[in-house]
Design a protein around this ligand. Structure first.
Ligand SMILES: C[S@@+](CC[C@H](N)C(=O)[O-])C[C@H]1O[C@@H](n2cnc3c(N)ncnc32)[C@H](O)[C@@H]1O
Length: 269
């Protein structure tokens, strides 16, 4: 019954905005653990993608880090100005800012708690975390080389407003690197929104299988972490949210009624 009510409410932009703000502020406030750096479902690369040796301190959440790593590998980033929208607890921003050597990485999130946490945990000279909304990005027009967006756009009240903001802040020739999921009744609309954004679609991939592999490989560790970090009465709900094996997210990805996609888009000069 509750699931049905939430399903209906999620059709309203105001509810999606409210839900994202409350959920991620609550998570930052109530689970402030400093070794939880990622909130995406993770990615296992295919054989043709170059494997990486991860930094020693990244043994936790290797697969979510790989979601960022292989998205960022799509285009050269050295010396560029990057903006992440929906940076969460900041692990992906930290990885890209240190591994790919951009000139500067501004990482933005709606949840002030997540921004504060990330600013405490990830200290690099070319990285800063700021609070802001994807639908009204507090950044100058034509000032960014690359926008990074990982598993965040599904939560926005208006994806069209977000895409028009991305187009505004990107320099001519700049890129949008985006990964996210949609259910089978919204994926076509999402792809239309991308096509109609005024950005050029350079690459589109279905990475659902890579995400399923990640969920399966990370499951034991994820379940143990949930038991250690989350109060007993919230563990079932949180396991659903975290997408453990057997959760609705996992099952729908597996039966094909939800897909997880990766996009590379460009603002033409
Ligand atoms: C599933 S988490 C992913 C976080 C991060 N990208 C990662 O992979 O670890 C989604 C993030 O999007 C952020 N978010 C949701 N709506 C947003 C909005 N309108 N503007 C900016 N960030 C938003 C949430 O606060 C949350 O941190």
């Amino acid at each position: 019954m509750l699931r049905r009510i939430i399903f209906v409410l999620k059709r309203f932009a105001w509810f999606k905005r409210f839900n994202a703000k409350v959920t991620y502020e609550l998570l930052a406030k109530n689970v402030p653990t400093k070794d939880w750096h990622f909130m995406n479902y993770g990615y296992v690369p295919i054989e043709s993608e170059k494997s990486i040796t991860l930094p020693a301190d990244i043994s936790i959440q290797k697969y979510p880090l790989q979601m960022y790593h292989y998205l960022a590998a799509k285009i050269p980033l050295e010396g560029k100005h990057l903006l992440e929208v929906g940076s969460g607890r900041g692990g992906g921003a930290k990885h890209i800012a240190s591994f790919y050597n951009p000139a500067f990485y501004t990482a933005m999130d709606l949840a002030q708690g997540a921004v504060d946490l990330a600013n405490q945990i990830h200290l690099l000279p070319n990285l800063k975390f700021i609070q802001g909304n994807a639908e009204s990005i507090p950044v100058k027009s034509d000032s960014v080389d690359v926008v990074v967006n990982v598993e965040s756009s599904h939560a926005y009240g208006s994806v069209d407003k977000f895409l028009s903001e991305v187009k505004r802040v990107l320099k001519p020739g700049g890129y949008l690197l985006l990964v996210d999921f949609r259910s089978d009744n919204t994926i076509l609309n999402f792809k239309d929104q991308l096509k109609n954004s005024g950005l050029v679609l350079l690459q589109e991939e279905d990475i659902s299988r890579n995400v399923i592999n990640s969920i399966e490989l990370e499951d034991e560790r994820k379940t143990a972490r949930i038991k250690a970090l989350i109060p007993a009465r919230w563990q079932k709900l949180f396991s659903e949210f975290a997408g453990v094996v057997g959760s609705r997210f996992y099952l729908t990805l597996k039966d094909g009624s939800r897909s997880y996609c990766r996009f590379v888009m460009q603002k033409k000069g």
